[in-house]
Design a binder for this molecule. Structure first.
Ligand code: BG6
Length: 482
């Protein structure tokens, strides 16, 4: 739909940027912090580890000053569970102290924190005790952690997010500690999905009790699915992907209902995934204030007959186009590439219009305010003569922000936008080779170098976007976009 007039961004729009604790903080064993599943995992990969990352723990004052200079009105960060509860059970006051200092510094600069309670980094001790999110005990342990955050940080924080991308972590189990030996992947997926939905509800209830005026919501990763062709079988495959990957978990969390197609699919294959009436009731009484979603790319789905060999998706670890392994889920859908779109060196397909489609689909289905809590381009950046010319990133962000403005013009209520990432950080699957930040961090995977911060071209560009409340987008400087 074309618009005759484009609506401006709301006056109180949250112009943000995002990070996550284990990807920026470093100091992984300092001041009483315990080991998280991320700390354990990364020591055995070839890319990186969590020990230093971007050293934000020691340099947060300098980093917040840069946020201020960038003009951010909000900053999305996550709280490291193992700073607060090193072993998942015993409180560590030094962890509380760190976040209080960070929040106070942000507020001094008029930057509102948006806090993710869980971003992939639960205590290794809870993984060892009961397989982390596979165990029911996680609901109480996560609620205890969240309650402490509400009590200790409620004076500083108005916006909370519960669990980051509960729908994606079940697709990529290694992101959160992996599937325990002897357990089937599908069994693990549905148990984790269920436990996360219940934990999400319990935490929202707890937030309502302790901080009745705070706003809280879930966060999902949404890659909308296009049919590979207009063959109705492919159209069905795309619907399958949307329903199984995104709408099933979100319907559960936001509407307290289980998608019947998904329930039946598993029932036919001998798995009963129905929640009890009490569980659904709990969820219904703990509804979110908004939905946060992370959007990087769209997907393509094609028909995948039942007799196909199942394959799981695999990240492109090499940073050369063509390395991503598309999944095949027999009877549901198979992934495929999109010939109409450019892609990053890691095969993430760049699709600004897909963002508008995502807004429309989510808003129509749930009618809750939305915010984009991650969006950005992972790329090789080159630090030359003290400068980082990342016009490709400016281009990506500009196109996406313009589509967001069209979504606002469509009538969607959009609360805020948080590009990933504020500064360079340890990519989940690609270390420091693949960078996203407005601020360059001088290090690479094998050498910590100076860890000094440098502003990229995109920093100055986003500064103008924020300062003009998005109006600058309507007069793009051609040179910057060349
Ligand atoms: C999101 C995660 O799904 O993708 C982030 O929430 C992650 O933690 C981001 O960094 C980008 O992925 P990657 O693999 O490029 O770091």
């Amino acid at each position: 739909m074309d618009h005759l007039t484009i609506k401006p961004f709301p006056k109180d729009f949250l112009w943000g940027a995002a990070t996550a604790a284990y990807q920026v903080e470093g100091a992984y064993l300092e001041d009483g912090k315990g080991l998280s599943v991320q700390d354990s995992k990364n020591h055995s990969t070839r890319f990186h580890d969590t020990s230093v990352t971007s050293d934000h723990y020691h340099r947060f004052e300098e980093d917040v000053a840069l946020m201020k200079e960038l003009g951010l009105t909000s900053y999305r960060l996550s709280i490291s569970w193992t700073r607060i509860y090193p072993d998942g059970k015993n409180l560590n006051p030094q962890g509380i102290e760190f976040y209080r200092k960070l929040f106070a510094t942000l507020l001094r600069h008029n930057i509102k924190p948006l806090v993710t309670l869980y971003h992939f980094d639960h205590p290794q001790a809870l993984q060892d005790a009961y397989h982390g999110w596979y165990g029911e005990q996680m609901i109480d342990d996560f609620t205890t952690f969240a309650r402490t955050c509400f009590k200790e940080f409620g004076d500083y924080v108005e916006y909370f997010m519960t669990i980051c991308e509960s729908n994606n972590v079940v697709l990529y189990p290694d992101l959160i500690g992996g599937v325990p030996a002897g357990i089937e992947t599908e069994q693990w997926r549905f148990q984790v999905s269920r436990v996360m939905a219940l934990a999400n509800a319990q935490v929202i209830k707890c937030c309502r009790e302790i901080l009745p005026s705070a706003k809280i919501g879930p966060c999902i990763g949404y890659a909308i699915a296009y049919p590979a062709t207009c063959d109705p079988k492919d159209v069905m495959a795309a619907l399958n992907e949307d329903e199984f990957r995104t709408f099933y978990p979100l319907d559960l969390i936001c509407l307290g209902r289980q998608n019947p197609t998904v329930v039946n699919y598993f029932a036919e294959r001998g798995r009963d995934i129905r929640l009890t009436a009490e569980e659904l009731e709990l969820i219904k009484t703990a509804q979110p204030d908004f939905i946060a979603f992370n959007y990087y790319q769209s997907d393509v789905a094609k028909y995948c007959p039942e007799n196909t060999v199942e394959t799981q998706p695999e990240f492109n670890l090499e940073g050369k186009k063509g390395g991503y392994v598309y999944p095949q889920f027999p009877g549901l859908y198979a992934g495929s590439s999109n010939p109409y779109l450019e892609r990053s060196d890691w095969d993430w397909e760049i699709d600004p219009i897909g963002l508008r489609l995502a807004f429309r689909k989510l808003y129509d289905r749930y009618q809750l305010p939305l915010m984009v809590t991650e969006n950005g381009l992972g790329a090789y950046d080159y630090f030359e003569n003290g400068q980082i010319k990342d016009d490709y990133r400016i281009n990506y962000l500009q196109q996406h922000i313009m589509q967001m403005q069209l979504s606002i013009s469509d009538g969607v209520q959009v609360l805020g936008y948080y590009p990933w990432s504020f500064m360079d950080l340890m990519s989940t699957s690609n270390g420091y080779n693949k960078r996203y930040g407005f601020v360059y961090v001088d290090r690479d995977d094998n050498d910590l170098k100076t860890l000094n911060r440098y502003k990229k071209e995109s920093f100055y560009w986003y500064q103008k976007v924020v300062k003009s409340n998005g109006q600058y987008l309507q007069q793009p400087n051609k040179q910057e976009l060349a």
